[in-house]
Structure formats: C-alpha cells, structure tokens
Ligand binder design. Structure first.
Ligand SMILES: *Cc1c(COP(=O)(O)O)cnc(C)c1O
Ligand code: SF4
Length: 399
C-alpha cells in the first residue's frame, strides 16, 4: 500500500523500555515483561496492544505487586466501569508503589464505591443537552459528537464513566446520519468536536467516513478530535492515520495528559507525527489529588508538553462523577497552580483552569486575581511577584 507523503515521515522503529537491560533495582521496577514473547512488530502494532489489554485481576497480579484491597477492587469493579490497560501504558507503572501516578489513574480502588452526596451520574448534564443521540449541543456555535464509548485505557476519574466502556461499540450509522442531519440543519454550528470514548480507536476508514460527512457541511469551519490515545496507545498514531487526518484541515486535536511520566519517547514520536501533519495540538488535564496536584508536577508536565509541540489548553477541576470524590482537590489547589505558572514560566505553558459547571453551565474559568482595586479609572494591579502597579484608564477625569 502506498501512502502519499509517507516517505517524509520518520520510519524508525519504536524502541521500548521493555527490551532494555535492567540495571538498577529502580530501573528494574519498570522492567515489567509478561509480553517477552511478543515480537517488536507486535508490540508496535496498535491492534496487538488493544487485543492484549489487561482487563482482569489475574493478569494484573502477574504484573504488579497488588495488595488485597487492590485485588478486591478490581474483582468487584466488574459490571461497573470497565478496567482496561494497554501493555504499553502498563510498562509506565511502578510494580510496587500503589501511589504511582500512572497506576492510580487506571487501577480501580475500593474508594470508587464510596458515593458522596454531591456525586452526579451525569455531572455536566450532557444528556439534557443532547438533541439527538451521540450529540451534545451546549454552546450555540459548537457541538460535541460522541462516536464511540471505547477507550484504550479507562481513567478511573472519567466524567463520562456512566457510558464509557459499557458496550465498547461505536456510533451506529443511522445515529450518525441523524447527528449529521442536526448539524446540517443548525446553521450556527461552526465547530464540531469529535470525542467519545476515544475516536482514534476507530479504524482509519471508519473515522474518515465520519470526518468526510462532517466536513461536507458547508457551515462547519473546523473540526476537533478529543483523544487520550496519543498518550495511552501511541502506536495508534501511524503515518497512514495522519495522512488521512491531514486531508480534513483545519483539524485540531485536544490530547488528554495527566502526568509528566506519560511523555515518553513513544509519545514524543506520536505527537511529532501529528504536529508534522499540521494538526495544532492542545492538552487537557484533569486536576487529580495525589497524582498531579502539586505545582512542580504540573509545571513539569506543561514543559514536557511544549517540548513535544502540545500547547497546554485546559486544566479541569475534577467533575462530580460518581465515585470520584477521592480524586478531587479544593478549587484553591488549581488556582494556586496557575499562580505558580503565570509569569514564572513561558506564557504558552499556562493553560486555563476551568470548572465544568455541574448541571450544564459549561466551562467556567477560575484563576488568581491580579486586579486589586479600581477607582475612577485608576486600576491597581499586582504582578506575579506580588509587586503593585497602577494603570490609568483613558477617559477618566483627574481631580
Ligand atoms: C468542552 C465542551 C465544548 C468545547 O469547549 P471549548 O471551550 O470550545 O473547548 C463544547 N461542547 C461541550 C458540551 C463541551 O463540554
Ligand atoms: S480517555 Fe477520556 S473518555 Fe476515556 S476513560 Fe479517560 S477520561 Fe474517560
């Protein structure tokens, strides 16, 4: 098969830590190798990675030193939100530390069974704002099109945990046509955000059929894809995929990242391919207690993202999804993270911190206050160091 433009793209095989020699006990901790019989070709094949996802406690027990509580949580999580971990993502986990940030994102715990009185099944009231199945229309000029409920790895804090992983099916053809019909009939929609689940788990030709249908609507000015796959299944980002995507420009991508440890050489390659195809990349990060709630960790993540040409876009306050209270921090934690970024580092490294309003109000930005007071156009401001400055607005009368 010949793919136009593919000769311009790097072809070097992906080397994984899996095949490196263990050197120190610390390094050895990450030498998880139950897939030692897999060939490099298999390991680099996204379909192999998906087929070999870890979904059961018995498989995890071979891989990690689980405590009894973790085993119990995985066993009882059946029938609730699915557990699935790609072999690639599992190699980023600590074998021994239950507080490993990668491990905590993907392994169920008994804390998930605690339902707080504030928890909501549909925290952002997406179902109420759904004019047709698979479509969420909250803001006048843009819609969210949910094309699958399947993800490569299920995040325990998922805001859409009421639906993700339940069937691992993608949108039916007649539902898709109904959604496209709605977009066609609603002239104000200029931006279509394709999400899920994870749209990049669809086969290239299937995703292309959806993109082509969306693109054919004359008033749709731009398309966005929301995905976590470049971080959890970087093997999925192939030259063939990016060559297909680049035909549908302007196409933007928001990639979900949680921790600087996720930015590996495989991820650098996957984001490099996307960026080289002219796809502007933004990041979305959920603020998670004990995982990324320290300014130093968040700053490292933002710097790692800029290095791979991903522009930090949003940090989200963790939604009130069922059984996720243990992941939530006070809002002040997020505001303090922005305080520690703005002015202290590259402006591009500073995302917006937002709360997706419970009940469906949309994303509300919150952040440090730099305007101290205003009086007859005399604006008193403080900078990132706390130094105070005055700015006189035009049109004010001096007395
Ligand atoms: C987040 C979201 C969007 C996109 O919001 P932006 O701020 O434009 O990125 C659109 N619709 C829904 C329902 C959303 O939750
Ligand atoms: S990748 Fe997104 S949709 Fe999938 S489980 Fe994680 S947060 Fe939910």
């Amino acid at each position: 098969m010949s793919v136009p433009g593919s000769t311009l793209l790097p072809r070097e095989p992906i080397r994984t830590t899996r095949i490196a020699e263990a050197k120190t006990p610390a390094e050895e901790e990450y030498q998880l190798n139950p897939w030692k019989d897999a060939t490099d070709e298999e390991w680099e094949d996204w379909r192999w990675q998906l087929r070999n996802r870890i979904t059961k406690a018995e498989q995890l027990k071979l891989l990690l030193n689980l405590n009894d509580e973790e085993v119990a949580a995985i066993d009882v999580s059946k029938g609730r939100m699915a557990t699935a971990i790609t072999p690639y993502f599992a190699t980023l986990m600590s074998r021994t530390d239950p507080n490993c940030p990668i491990r905590r994102q993907a392994l169920p715990t008994l804390e998930e069974f605690h339902v707080s009185p504030h928890d909501l099944l549909d925290p952002c009231a997406e179902d109420e704002n759904s004019p047709v199945p698979g479509l969420v229309h909250r803001y006048p000029d843009r819609v969210l099109l949910l094309v699958t409920d399947k993800c490569a790895v299920y995040c325990r804090y998922c805001t859409r945990r009421r639906i993700v992983g339940s069937s691992e099916n993608c949108i039916k053809e007649d539902e898709l046509d109904e959604a496209i019909g709605y977009i066609q009939a609603t002239k104000k929609i200029r931006d279509v955000l394709i999400s899920g689940g994870d749209p990049l788990l669809l086969e290239d030709d299937h995703l292309e059929r959806i993109l082509a249908k969306v693109r054919k609507v004359p008033h749709v000015e731009m398309v966005r894809i929301g995905t976590r796959v470049p971080a959890t299944l970087p093997q999925r980002i192939t030259p063939a995929l990016v060559n297909m995507l680049r035909k549908y420009h302007p196409l933007w991508m928001s990639i979900h990242f949680s921790h600087p440890k996720e930015v590996t050489k495989e991820v650098r390659r996957s984001c490099g391919l996307l960026a080289d195809a002219g796809i502007p990349l933004g990041s979305q990060t959920v603020l998670l207690r004990g995982i990324n709630d320290k300014p130093s960790i968040m700053k490292r993540l933002m710097h790692e993202l800029l290095k791979i040409r991903v522009r930090p876009y949003y940090i989200y306050q963790c939604d009130l999804a069922m059984g996720t209270e243990h992941f939530r921090t006070p809002i002040a934690v997020g505001i303090n993270i922005i305080e520690k970024l703005r002015g202290h580092t590259t402006g591009y490294a500073v995302p917006s911190f937002v709360i997706d309003a419970p009940g469906g109000g949309g994303k509300i930005p919150v952040g440090p206050t730099y305007l101290i007071s205003q009086d007859k156009g005399k604006m008193v401001l403080r900078n990132y160091q706390g130094k105070v400055f005055e700015y006189q607005e035009p049109g004010a009368v001096d007395s």
